[in-house]
Design a protein. Structure first.
Length: 560
């Protein structure tokens, strides 16, 4: 496995805006609490990362960069029932792709299992942990409620030596899953439910992707988390807001052990919530398992791998994370902002090309049968250095089916019987005849005449018409599969996010010949259609597949 990353982290430094977390860090540095900032990004390898994780990645690595500190990549792999090596490898790829460098600091919670076990022994010896024989259901019943205190387990006052013996036998594999746990001895009357003698070890006879069959007991996350941070000399453990109520337990573990001279501090921030998006690895996994999406990297998925395949860039995601900022309170961000960040970048960089998604054949009846002209088109009017290219023009063309209406409404400025339009960077044409299927009435072909004096660049080109259509020459067209996307989730009448079965539409269209042999991952703006990317999984130079990245027009309003 590749455990390093040579990407230069300096390119992210300019994008790190100040926030309340940085205010806390500034104070700690001024007071001498810490001399150097050390953060970590700690994913659990139980699924693929999503856009919410991208915000956390940018925050943790960006904070380290801001203070010329360090940031570790660490896997919280304490639950072998849900974790796989596939997820580890995907997370490594995602963090690299976003442009961050952990150098040689790739760690796993599993690497500390021996130490965590020793620390558990220390807690038992101090009378701060005990082995409980109650079932999970019995523990839950005795835990109490938000308004009623819990009740002590009948095993809470076991002698220390008996607890040590039972815990060692748990480790040795003498007991079945669920028959015993190790609990911290704190306060069953605490108003914080997390402090009511939480379970810190459970029995699970499961192989681990990293340690194999060495262990049959595994630490719980709330116990492992502070220890991992302290072992790695983390200074600021930046977590999402749902861990705020867990902070007292985080501090209790480190305080009771008392062996870390300068323990880390946990700081919570609001997690990212986006409209039309579900960011739960559990719910996303269900979509994969039920076949509602092709995989974790389906371009409709909010996973980082899905965004990458869709055509998003690392720069646009980092820009988005910076614009969203870091807050103390939960809120929902309009997904249009994410699309806007990418659209801004693509508008500057993407080459303009012509692609016809839903083709309708157009024949220019007075154009010579075998004549081919080459029309000069700009590659990107936003980039003076982008240059131009020549696109072949001939008697038979494809236009968009929606660009023709037989009985158009007022202010329809595209093609209709007797109406004129300009073909982009070519000629003005006039619709003379409509050819239909006699049986179905479907339109098969549009026949037009052209004015040879109106070619772009000639004096006659000054004649104005209101509509301009893009086109592709039939004899030069490159067939392409084109996928249009809607949001994977839509709100129902109760405001709940539901799977959208109409979130993908696949079309068989044509693109101009300059795209022949296009490499997977290439991004373009299709005139009047939007931004598209050749699919990095399925597109081949001789079998092009395009994913719609974002439409041309944005619904985002600055300051919204």
């Amino acid at each position: 496995m590749d455990t390093g990353n040579k990407t230069n982290n300096s390119k992210t430094e300019a994008n790190i805006s100040g926030n309340f977390i940085h205010d806390i860090i500034d104070r700690h540095l001024e007071e001498g609490v810490y001399k150097k900032v050390h953060t970590r990004f700690p994913p659990e390898p139980n699924g693929y990362l999503h856009i919410g994780h991208a915000k956390s990645i940018c925050l943790n690595f960006g904070t380290a960069a801001k203070y010329n500190g360090l940031c570790n990549l660490r896997f919280d792999d304490t639950n072998p029932a849900k974790e796989e090596l596939e997820y580890v490898e995907s997370i490594i790829e995602d963090v690299k792709w976003l442009g961050f460098d952990w150098e040689d600091r790739l760690y796993f919670a599993a690497d500390y299992f021996d130490k965590m076990y020793e620390y558990a022994i220390m807690l038992i010896e101090k009378g701060k942990a005990y082995v409980d024989d109650l079932s999970a259901e019995e523990i839950r019943k005795l835990r109490g409620t938000l308004t009623e205190p819990g009740k002590n387990s009948p095993y809470r006052d076991r002698p220390i030596e008996e607890n040590l013996d039972l815990f060692r036998r748990m480790k040795a594999g003498e007991f079945e899953d669920g028959t015993r746990v190790l609990r911290a001895k704190i306060d069953m009357a605490s108003p914080n439910m997390n402090m009511r003698d939480p379970v810190i070890y459970r029995i699970a006879h499961l192989p681990h992707h990293r340690t194999g069959d060495k262990w049959c007991i595994y630490p719980m996350y709330d116990y492992a988390h502070p220890l991992e941070d302290a072992i790695e000399n983390i200074t600021h453990s930046i977590c999402t807001l749902e861990f705020e109520d867990h902070r007292p337990l985080y501090e209790w573990v480190l305080d009771e052990l008392g062996i870390f001279p300068n323990p880390p501090v946990q700081i919570e921030f609001a997690r990212l919530e986006l409209t039309n998006t579900v960011m739960s690895k559990r719910k996303l996994r269900v979509l994969v398992e039920e076949g509602k999406v092709s995989d974790w990297d389906d371009p409709r998925m909010p996973t980082i791998s899905g965004l990458r395949r869709r055509g998003y860039t690392p720069t646009s995601i980092r820009d988005f994370a910076d614009r969203v900022g870091v807050a103390k309170n939960n809120s929902v961000v309009d997904i249009a902002l994410l699309e806007h960040c990418l659209r801004e970048e693509l508008n500057k960089d993407a080459q303009r090309v012509m692609g016809v998604l839903n083709p309708l054949k157009l024949v220019i009846t007075n154009y010579p049968d075998d004549k081919v002209e080459y029309m000069e088109l700009e590659n990107n009017q936003e980039d003076p250095e982008a240059g131009t290219r020549d696109v072949p023009f001939s008697k038979e063309l494809y236009i968009e089916r929606e660009d023709f209406m037989e009985d158009p409404p007022r202010k329809f400025f595209r093609l209709a019987p007797g109406k004129e339009v300009r073909l982009k960077n070519a000629y003005i044409i006039k619709c003379e005849e409509v050819v239909k299927d006699e049986a179905t009435g479907d339109i098969l072909e549009i026949r037009c005449s052209y004015d040879p004096e109106t070619r772009s660049g000639l004096p006659g080109a000054k004649r104005r018409v209101k509509g301009t259509l893009h086109w592709v020459s039939v004899k030069h067209a490159i067939p392409a599969t084109i996928r249009l996307y809607d949001y994977l989730f839509v709100e129902d009448e109760n405001g709940e996010m539901q799977y959208n079965p109409d979130s993908i539409k696949e079309l068989k269209g044509y693109v101009e010949p300059s795209l022949k042999g296009t490499e997977a991952g290439s991004r373009f703006q299709f005139f009047r259609q939007g931004y598209f990317c050749t699919d990095i999984v399925e597109s081949k130079p001789d079998d092009l597949v395009f994913n719609q990245i974002v439409p041309l027009k944005s619904s985002y309003k600055p300051g919204k």
